[in-house]
Design a protein around this ligand. Structure first.
Ligand SMILES: C[S@@+](CC[C@H](N)C(=O)[O-])C[C@H]1O[C@@H](n2cnc3c(N)ncnc32)[C@H](O)[C@@H]1O
Length: 78
């Protein structure tokens, strides 16, 4: 899908109204823990949208975080 599609989606809905909203990104955090990624290592969230994953990783001491998304609307928000 196009950048226009994703920008329009994020402009039309609050993150909480999207079908992929997660108050807590539990599965992603569990996978990062399972893979034993240390807070000193870099994490790239491709297709980050407006997810709270970055917030939870910052809380856990991660500092090298890269957020990538096709939607500038989502990036402005996150
Ligand atoms: C289903 S949403 C999930 C967003 C986020 N990971 C979450 O859990 O809330 C998919 C995301 O992928 C992004 N996306 C789609 N195609 C992309 C591409 N080619 N490159 C980067 N991001 C893309 C969309 O803009 C959207 O934010």
């Amino acid at each position: 899908m196009t950048r226009e599609h994703w920008d329009a989606t994020y402009e039309a809905k609050a993150y909480e109204e999207t079908g992929w909203f997660e108050a807590e990104p539990t599965v992603s955090l569990e996978l990062i823990e399972e893979c034993r990624v240390a807070p000193s290592e870099a994490v790239v969230d491709v297709g980050c949208g407006e997810s709270f994953l970055v917030d939870r990783l910052l809380e856990r001491g991660f500092k090298s975080l890269v957020l990538a998304d096709i939607s500038q609307v989502a990036l402005d928000e996150v």
